[in-house]
Design a protein around this ligand. Structure first.
Ligand SMILES: CC(C)(COP(=O)(O)OP(=O)(O)OC[C@H]1O[C@@H](n2cnc3c(N)ncnc32)[C@H](O)[C@@H]1OP(=O)(O)O)[C@@H](O)C(=O)NCCC(=O)NCCS
Length: 148
């Protein structure tokens, strides 16, 4: 399938600005434009990526290290509305976990993320990859985590 992650840099940041969500999905995830603004604020502890399939950008995801817990967090994973349901999200998540496994920021084996409780597709994907509900919630968001 040829899916890979490419760090966001001056060559591809405009490409991820053009990614689109389906109607209603903006309740589930921040758009890459907003996510990249956050990535600037947390620039010493995070890495945003474009998700590529066959040389084309199809999505976006960010990995951030939380030094306080410590743990790796996955933020704002999204696949373009026209490219969802083709296996790219699952492939990208496996690549993100492999990247985190290299411990780019710190030594923690814990990986966590939050997901809207109504986002059944994403919840099923995360659980099938080994994430489990922690019981922590924040409004409509539930936390899931796994140990590498
Ligand atoms: C959630 C998301 C990242 C998944 O990426 P994707 O490329 O669409 O998903 P995949 O094609 O890899 O499919 C993953 C699983 O979900 C299922 N799935 C995907 N789209 C589906 C749909 N519309 N209806 C039912 N099942 C679906 C697939 O069948 C697959 O399950 P399987 O491997 O057991 O068959 C993507 O749909 C997305 O960007 N959604 C909007 C943003 C979002 O919710 N991000 C997550 C924030 S926590």
């Amino acid at each position: 399938m040829g899916v890979y992650l490419k760090p966001i840099d001056e060559d591809n940041f405009l490409d991820v600005f053009n990614l689109k969500l389906k109607e209603g999905q903006d309740n589930y995830v921040s758009h890459p434009i907003r996510s990249l603004a956050q990535a600037y604020v947390y620039r010493t502890q995070c890495q945003p990526f474009g998700i590529y399939a066959d040389e084309r950008v199809v999505g976006y995801v960010m990995v951030i290290y939380d030094y306080d817990i410590p743990e790796y967090d996955i933020w704002h994973m999204m696949i373009d509305s026209s490219q969802q349901g083709k296996g790219y999200g699952r492939a990208a998540l496996a690549l993100v976990l492999a990247y985190i496994g290299q411990k780019p920021f710190g030594d923690s084996n814990r990986v966590a993320l939050t997901c809207n409780r109504d986002n059944a597709i994403a919840l099923a994907l995360y659980r099938s990859m080994g994430f489990e509900l922690t019981g922590n919630t924040d409004g409509d968001e539930v936390e899931l985590a796994l140990m590498l």
